[in-house]
Design a binder for this molecule. Structure first.
Ligand SMILES: Cc1cc2nc3c(=O)[nH]c(=O)nc-3n(C[C@H](O)[C@H](O)[C@H](O)COP(=O)(O)OP(=O)(O)OC[C@H]3O[C@@H](n4cnc5c(N)ncnc54)[C@H](O)[C@@H]3O)c2cc1C
Length: 313
């Protein structure tokens, strides 16, 4: 039976992809399969609805290396008879998508925000022109590799495991990439892309010391501090891993609070899928107010401590 194959190096993303794959597969009669390279993940995917999990515990796939994973997944896709392969659109996932598509002679789309079936075709929506608009696209080849952004779909809930694990021995050529050294990119890195609540701060903040009150607000809300690009790249007040937007992270938080941010499209694209958007800005004509659910025209230096105190009760 032909199948949809799902893979990401992050198990939490596979849970999301399985939900979407189940919906698509049900409509076009494709079996739901997944690939896993550690036994815990394989079991978890079965509980989330995969009817087959192709698994390998070979030393070569213990750590992510795109060229090796592309070889592995190409072989798994063939075994699974997969015509549609869904990957997570992480930095690694995007490299993998291109390499895998090349091996399978498949069409490929990455950074896909949503996906649905229309007249038997898989239709994908992606940002275009730096997030100023959206493009609706479909792949013309029969084999398709599609990388979906984190939080593009709801994770499928855990249930009873019904399927089976198929252990494979893969023929893998050694990588031409040699890891010379590993170093931590950003010791303070946090997952702002996966955050439920983001407190984003921009150039409206007048002094680096004032970041303390932004941290306090984020703490009171149980969220993470993120920022506009200039705050990290020009002022260097926060690490680049905190940048929201086109050059940074694109998330789908429950709440995005934007403080002293003008709301240029390159920033807004990073939070506009948030369930609720709030902003504090001194300028009543700031672009940010065009996408907010709630807006406060105020000086953030006065409003933020009051907001924190009110939340803390
Ligand atoms: C190719 C490209 C990619 C880019 N990628 C990104 C990206 O990923 N992320 C990103 O953020 N930007 C990105 N940019 C930059 C983007 O275009 C904007 O320049 C940037 O987002 C502006 O940041 P800002 O809103 O903090 O600053 P500003 O535009 O200077 O806005 C500051 C805001 O603070 C308000 N303000 C001032 N004082 C106060 C106060 N006391 N209280 C409350 N409000 C106050 C002002 O009214 C103003 O609206 C990119 C640009 C390019 C060309």
């Amino acid at each position: 039976m032909a199948s949809i194959l799902v893979f990401s190096e992050r198990a939490s993303l596979v849970f999301e992809l399985l939900g979407k794959a189940k919906e698509l597969g049900g409509k076009i009669g494709l079996e739901l399969t997944a690939a896993a390279f550690n036994p815990g993940d394989a079991e978890a995917y079965l509980k989330r609805g995969a009817s087959k999990v192709f698994y390998s515990d070979q030393a070569e796939v213990k750590n992510f290396e795109a060229s090796i994973y592309a070889q592995a997944l190409a072989q798994i896709a063939q075994k699974a008879g997969a015509s549609l392969i869904l990957l997570g659109s992480t930095r690694r996932g995007k490299e993998l998508a291109g390499r895998l598509a090349q091996r399978l002679q498949a069409g490929c789309l990455t950074d896909v925000k949503s996906i649905e079936l229309k007249e038997g075709k898989v239709i994908c929506v992606r940002n275009a022109f730096g997030g100023a608009t959206e493009a609706t696209q479909a792949i013309a080849t029969s084999a398709q590799v599609i990388a979906l952004m984190p939080r593009a779909c709801e994770p499928t809930p855990e249930g009873e495991k019904k399927g089976e694990i198929v252990t494979l021995h893969l023929e893998l050529k050694p990588s031409r990439v040699k890891v010379v050294k590993k170093s931590e990119k950003d010791p303070g890195a946090v997952d702002i892309q996966g955050a439920e609540i983001l407190v984003c701060v921009g150039k409206g903040l007048s002094r680096q010391e004032d970041l303390k009150m932004i941290e306090e607000l984020a703490q009171a809300l149980g969220g993470l501090v993120a920022c506009s690009k200039p705050l990290a790249t020009d002022l260097k007040w926060l690490p680049e891993s905190r940048i929201v937007g086109l050059s940074g992270k694109i998330g789908k938080p429950r709440l995005a609070l934007c403080l002293g941010i003008s709301g240029q499209v390159q920033f807004s694209v990073g939070i506009r899928e948030a369930k609720t958007i709030m902003a504090i800005n001194t300028d009543p004509n700031a672009y940010i107010f065009q996408i907010t659910d709630y807006g406060l025209i105020a000086d953030l230096h006065q409003a933020v401590p009051q907001l924190t105190a009110a939340i803390r009760g």
